[in-house]
Design a protein around this ligand. Structure first.
Ligand SMILES: *Cc1c(COP(=O)(O)O)cnc(C)c1O
Length: 842
């Protein structure tokens, strides 16, 4: 029985008590779910019970669409995008689903009439923090756009028990708290244990000949783990497409427990179960070296094998042969984490389904495409051969075979240019031997893409130079984008309404329509309304800041915002050097004509990254002094907002006047925070790195504050031998700022506390803060001057929003769909299932 089997007459447009959209029906369904699902009555219900009941009420309204979309994916001629990512930083689902369903206002009213506050319920949701930052958030935006573009898709990933740690600030230091996001249950997911798969690890390989005298290789794993899928619907905006995010949890297979049980070793069996389940226990932080972290490689292989086995099951269920697998699935590798999938698909096709090697390789190459998110050679993932062999012995053999054939082709082209061959080889043999995952991804994919124009060009000149030379057509780029649903409609409803009043609301799915706002920059009434919205968002953020940090900030001051992971390359400490410089100047001359500024930071540091954590301590310590110095009279304030995640970021981006995008040019791939901020009318101060280059071109160079070395200058300085100390000694402002830190001025006289940071800057300064300092300070002076002319500032703000329509993830997804995946949109037909329709049970 499928949706499409329902005849037209049977398929009534059906909105029953359970799924109707009227306020009355929603109230009734909500009360039902509170009682029948949550098992509570209002007298005993907590806010969380109400949240859960509301989440089920909303999920009920997704199910028709979700099942219809799943049915469509099962049709033989429908091509499906499979997005493989070790991280999905989805953010809370409730608000987004209300927006996409178009029932936000009805639900708000239903809650009010039930004596509840929707905003309070929205705050109850524990967001699935299953990602570190940009990479995981990007794929979350892409899932939203895939559904909105009506492209059938499945996101495959890991259902970590503990997502990214929660951050608290104690005495100015970051403290990590385990993220128990599942503690109250997860109303958005449905587990499908009947679609579990088995995953092997370790062991050895052997060979055998089948009844038809064919030679085969067989992997005999030492350990087997079961993968259980948990599905979450991802609904598009005002369409019927509700795609699936399928996350895998590891468990022990039943057979395994039985074996141990039979030999009387019950406790060993239980222990084995615990060991198996630890596989998907925790998300790894992203900027620590992962080499040697066996569990991480196990996680990667685990979810990728689960995903590919699932795809093969779906494909075979449509009645098609494996030979045309690449017509059913377009598989996108989000970074190198899932790149083991190339060897795994080969193993499944050759060993398990007995296709011959060449055929299997042809299918594999036609199936995969790979997104490269990096520019830093040290971020390119590689695994030691010994670890790899002990965990995935069959895959290592397959990689050797792929490499052998690849090197044979290279020899025809480069003869015996040993250097070329060893640079391109899938195995790094320069010292201890490693498997190069990025090389596997490049060789096994039909397309490789960078994530911004500049980064793609740099890839061609640096980490992927040899591949570019070999296959110039393979390397392309798709500039990142962000979803206007979450990052505008949901988090900035006031600006959304203001814009829609003027140009209608088509822009929410056609972001380039924002261009129509351009002439309104000259309309004083519109400018006033624009300013009023910004002021409202700043007021709201000021209240949050007070609640969470106890610091009072002035919503009429300039909100200067840097929110992203805390790490040396993001140069939050350059921002701090500017703050200290301003402070020094104000101390010397309190008559300076400067606008009031509130510096707002947020972001997590990787738990093992000592310098990053020290940068947090520096920010909070400078804040303690500056915020409380009576000479400063609140003219500058410094705030560190704890626990930056999607939930906490949503009130921040709309409140920004100034967006700090100040990483060293050429060290950041793209950035997406920069896009969210400009979209919400912030002006950017930034370097010529990542997508800043394209943002600056789009908004107009006169509406962007550019500073710092360009990529070629960075390369040149690095090549010359860079001496940060020299820059410092020739710059009195910089010298004084450094001296303030070093002298213990911000650390109650303790001269050792920040020494590691100061030493790192004076001796190595790998991210060239000292070289960029002067340019940054001068640029900040221009920012201050510009802010003193509010009319001019608002004009620029409007033009930023009006001109960043290009950076919608809808545009990115259309480019992927047309140029890489070759998948069309398929509007989902809604033949409603009905509860009364007994045909359902035939
Ligand atoms: C957008 C986003 C990021 C990425 O920000 P960048 O400034 O591009 O590094 C990281 N974390 C969260 C929670 C985000 O929403």
């Amino acid at each position: 029985m499928t949706v499409t089997d329902l005849s037209a007459t049977q398929a009534v447009q059906f909105e029953d008590n359970r799924t109707g959209r009227s306020v009355e029906t929603i109230k009734r369904a909500f009360a039902d779910n509170l009682f029948y699902v949550q098992g509570k009555i209002p007298a005993t219900a907590s806010q969380n019970d109400y949240y859960m009941a509301l989440a089920y009420t909303v999920r009920d309204r997704l199910l028709q669409r979700w099942l219809a979309t799943a049915e469509t994916c099962m049709q033989p001629q429908v091509k499906v995008v499979a997005y493989l990512s070790a991280e999905f930083l989805e953010g809370p689902h409730l608000g987004n689903n209300l927006i996409n369903l178009g029932i936000y206002d009805e639900v708000k009213q239903a809650m009010t009439e039930s004596g509840l506050d929707l905003d309070v319920l929205l705050e109850q949701e524990e967001e699935p923090g299953l990602g570190n930052g940009g990479l995981g958030r990007l794929v979350a935006c892409y899932m939203d756009s895939l559904a909105t573009q009506e492209i059938p898709a499945i996101g495959y990933g890991i259902r970590y028990d503990f997502g990214i740690f929660e951050q608290e600030i104690c005495d100015g230091w970051q403290v990590e708290i385990t993220n128990k996001w599942l503690k109250f249950g997860n109303p958005w997911e449905i587990s499908r244990p009947e679609e579990s798969v088995l995953i092997g690890f370790g062991g050895h390989t052997d060979t055998f000949t089948d009844s038809e005298e064919r030679y085969h290789i067989r992997w005999v794993p030492h350990k087997v783990v079961k993968g259980i899928p948990y599905d979450t619907p991802i609904l598009g905006y005002r369409v019927n497409t509700a795609n699936t995010l399928r996350l895998w949890k590891a468990e022990a297979p039943e057979s395994f427990e039985f074996d141990a049980f039979n030999v009387g070793n019950y406790y060993d069996a239980v222990n084995q179960k615990v060991v198996s389940e630890s596989l998907t226990k925790v998300l790894y932080p992203d900027d620590e070296p992962i080499q040697g972290k066996q569990l991480r490689l196990e996680q990667q292989y685990f979810f990728v094998s689960c995903a590919l086995q699932d795809m093969i099951r779906i494909h075979l269920a449509t009645g098609k042969r494996l030979e045309c697998f690449s017509e059913k699935f377009a598989v996108q590798l989000n970074g190198t984490h899932p790149s083991i999938g190339i060897a795994e698909l080969m193993r499944l096709l050759v060993d398990e389904h007995h296709l011959d090697w060449n055929k299997a390789w042809d299918i594999t190459q036609k199936t995969f495409a790979y997104t490269s998110h990096t520019l830093l050679p040290e971020a390119l993932e590689k695994w030691s051969l010994s670890l790899f062999e002990s965990l995935l012995p069959r895959h290592l053999e397959i990689i050797y075979e792929i490499n052998q054939r690849f090197l044979d082709v290279l020899r025809l082209k480069y003869f015996n240019d040993g250097k070329k061959l060893s640079q391109l080889s899938l195995i790094d043999e320069s010292g201890e031997k490693f498997v190069r995952m990025a090389h596997l991804a490049c060789v096994g994919s039909h397309t490789v893409n960078g994530v911004a124009a500049l980064q793609s060009n740099l890839l061609k000149q640096t980490v992927l130079q040899d591949f570019h030379e070999l296959w110039p057509e393979k390397l392309t780029h798709v500039t990142n984008g962000v979803t206007p649903r979450r990052w505008m409609a949901l988090s900035n409803p006031q600006l959304t309404d203001l814009i829609s009043q003027k140009i209608g609301d088509r822009w929410i799915t056609h972001l380039q329509d924002l261009k129509q706002l351009e002439p309104l920059a000259e309309d004083p009434t519109f400018r006033a309304a624009w300013q009023q919205v910004k002021r409202l968002k700043k007021q709201a953020l000021a209240q949050r800041i007070l609640d969470r940090t106890g610091i009072t900030v002035n919503p009429d001051s300039m909100f200067d915002i840097q929110v992203k992971r805390i790490r040396e390359c993001n140069r939050q400490h350059l921002n701090v050097l500017h703050i200290i410089t301003l402070y020094n100047r104000l101390k010397q001359n309190s008559d300076l004509d400067l606008p009031e500024r509130t510096f707002i930071f947020a972001g997590k540091a990787a738990p093992d990254n000592f310098l990053a954590k020290l940068i947090i301590k520096l920010i909070t310590s400078v804040g303690d002094v500056v915020n409380n110095d009576p000479d400063i009279q609140d003219r500058i304030k410094v705030v560190f907002l704890p626990d930056f995640n999607v939930t906490n970021s949503q009130p921040v981006y709309p409140a920004a006047d100034l967006s700090e995008q100040i990483s060293t040019a050429g060290k950041e791939a793209s950035g997406t925070g920069n896009m969210k901020l400009s979209l919400n009318g912030a002006l950017t101060i930034g370097t010529l790195g990542g997508a800043n280059v394209e943002i600056r071109e789009a908004v107009g160079v006169e509406n962007f504050f550019l500073f710092g070395l360009a990529v070629d200058e960075v390369v040149q300085i690095e090549a010359q031998g860079y001496s940060p100390r020299e820059y410092c000694e020739h710059n009195p402002d910089l010298l004084l700022a450094m001296h303030r830190i070093e002298s213990g001025f911000f650390s109650h006289g303790d001269r050792n506390l920040f020494r590691p940071l100061v030493d790192a800057l004076l001796c190595h300064d790998p991210y060239l803060l000292c070289a960029d300092y002067q340019s940054y300070i001068e640029c900040q002076e221009q920012v201050s001057q510009a802010y003193l002319d509010p009319d001019h500032w608002v004009r620029m703000s409007i033009l930023n929003t009006a001109r960043v329509g290009y950076f919608s993830s809808d545009r990115s997804i259309r480019e992927y769909a047309e140029n890489i995946w070759h998948v069309p949109s398929i509007p989902i037909e809604m033949n409603y299932y009905t509860q009364d329709d007994t045909a359902l049970f035939n």
